[in-house]
Design a binder for this molecule. Sequence first.
Ligand SMILES: C[S@@+](CC[C@H](N)C(=O)[O-])C[C@H]1O[C@@H](n2cnc3c(N)ncnc32)[C@H](O)[C@@H]1O
Length: 317
Amino acid sequence: MSDPSLEPASPGHISVLYNEFLANSRLGGRLLDGTLGLAGHTIGWLKQNPQGRACGIDQDEAMLAQARRRLEQEGLTQRAETCHGSFEDPCCTGSFDTILLDLGISSLHIDSLERGISYREDSLLDMRLDTSSGEPAWEWLKKATEKDIREILWKYGEEKFAPRIAAGIVRRAAATEKLRTTDIVEICEQAVPAKIRYEGKTHSARNPAVKTFQALRIVTNRELEKLEKALVHLPQILTTGGSLIIISFHSLEDRMVKQSFLGRSRIKDESPFARSNFLHGDYELVTPKAIMPTQDEIEQNPRSRSARMRILRKVRS
Ligand SMILES: C[S@@+](CC[C@H](N)C(=O)[O-])C[C@H]1O[C@@H](n2cnc3c(N)ncnc32)[C@H](O)[C@@H]1O
């Protein structure tokens, strides 16, 4: 029998830090996959755990439909519940032995023209993962002030040229009914000095719109707000011995996960007789250092290069 942990869920789809997830997830019991995507991690886990049951959540209905199709092809639907929602308020109840968040977007989102997430294609600047609620990025930008835009570019994109880009967006939004991805790309190209773009310094050789697109996507989908709530709620619904495994792709998310996990696993000992400053809490930090993809994985899947996996285990209830 082949080892399922060495095979991607389906041809062409590569789940990031797949083997590391399977090696660190708890055997058997229940898995909550808060970011089901194409169900790569969940399918691997269900195959590795013939008695296990999974609940998969995605805020994108189209992605959920694809995941259901894949689970069906693998004959796993009997053991996999799926529902549309956001991970900070899971639509499946009870406690879980393993909880996974593989944050961000899927490569399908980047390729999808309707979502306006990619700076490589011309489309309406929507950017929502859940198209059934919330407002598209172009609509938010139409109402936002230059100061609002500048602040989100700084905060969520760490964009050095935020003032120029924000001014450009406000001008363009006033002159256009609905902003398109190409409007933002043009504004960023004009705002970031050519010297910096072509010398590949601070902005590296990457497209000058990368950071702006990241910031707009984060604000449109309220990504950090949802993660902050999830970091409070999800540890509470772990079974004793269960693990919360989070894979993040940018420093803002990784910093939040790191600080939250550290805070939960080390409780300050206020006693005057304390031998050390910290008492262990109800949780243990499994990864004092984040797990990163191997060079082989990065070569096979360049998107994985910025991935960081952190794990928190519940040791007492
Ligand atoms: C990187 S993909 C997950 C890939 C998946 N682990 C796999 O192996 O196929 C992230 C998925 O999470 C979903 N997502 C992002 N934020 C979410 C949230 N707050 N709640 C639920 N799903 C979310 C996205 O729509 C996307 O499908």
